[in-house]
Ligand binder design. Structure first.
Ligand SMILES: Nc1ncnc2c1ncn2[C@@H]1O[C@H](COP(=O)(O)OP(=O)(O)OP(=O)(O)O)[C@@H](O)[C@H]1O
Ligand SMILES: [Mg+2]
Length: 237
């Protein structure tokens, strides 16, 4: 039997250039390489506009590099069919978007269950519902399960997005500023939830954050600067 790769994520010399019409191209990521062992908790820090969301989108298969490769579980995402890529995104990766992206016409509980709808296996719906309700309880929103996103605060929406990202028990959670709209208590509760799912489910965490406090709870922190990942922050702008 083939051994599973020890590294869950491998980026090899990834370059991403944005070239909006009429404007000079900008190299946001430059030959960036990164390996993330399974089970690691990694914080990505860096100034606004440094490319943190771009990096998460590439790891999550939502965007493709111009050069270099992105591997998840040893598979080069660029070589997967659209169908297989969608399956990897749905079953293996949980995504907490910076802008949450909740469906406004669906209740909180329905939003949390959205990723379960596209599953190709035949999941036990009652177990998924129980999982969704448990996650809502853990993010402090079980009493709001029938509410619509338009009636929630920014921080509450953010917590729904975290529950949604975890509902399918992904092996990799990519979270873009998951505590950005939260007060200190809610941020601490969310950090606790991430710690618990890491311990209980062995999930690999990649968390983009401006919070040094959240970063300290991770195993490793890397700073994104001028298209490259650094172990230490640099002082120069
Ligand atoms: N689709 C796109 N087209 C053109 N430029 C883009 C696109 N996506 C991102 N960029 C540019 O790439 C750079 C990095 O953007 P990105 O969103 O990755 O930054 P970030 O580090 O996540 O910032 P923030 O902390 O503000 O969220 C920015 O200058 C942004 O304008
Ligand atoms: Mg961002």
């Amino acid at each position: 039997m083939q051994e599973p790769p020890a590294n869950l994520v491998e980026l090899n010399a990834v370059t991403r250039v944005f070239a909006p019409p009429g404007q000079p191209p900008v190299s946001v990521l430059r030959e960036l390489s990164l390996t993330i062992p399974a089970g690691e908790r990694l914080a990505i820090l860096g100034p606004s506009g440094s490319g943190k969301s771009t990096l998460l989108n590439l790891i999550g298969g939502l965007d493709r590099p111009d050069r270099g490769s992105v591997r998840v579980h040893g598979r080069n995402l660029a070589e997967l069919s659209d169908r297989d890529l969608a399956e990897v995104r749905n079953r293996e990766i949980g995504f907490v978007f910076q802008l949450h992206h909740l469906l406004p016409q669906c209740s909180v509980l329905e939003n949390v269950l959205v990723p379960t709808l596209a599953r190709r296996d035949r999941p036990d719906r009652a177990a998924l519902q129980a999982r969704a309700l448990d996650l809502l309880e853990r993010v402090g929103l079980s009493t709001r399960r029938e509410a619509f996103p338009g009636t929630l605060s920014g921080g509450e929406r953010q917590r729904v997005a975290v529950a949604r990202a975890l509902v399918n028990r992904p092996c990799l959670l990519l979270a873009d500023e998951p505590t950005g709209s939260l007060d200190a208590d809610a941020a601490a509760a969310l950090a606790e939830l991430l710690t618990t799912v890491h311990r209980e489910e062995g999930i690999t965490l990649v968390v983009v954050t401006h919070s040094q406090e959240l970063a300290r709870r991770m195993d490793r922190s890397l700073w994104l600067r001028q298209g490259q990942l650094l172990v230490q922050p640099t002082e120069t702008p």
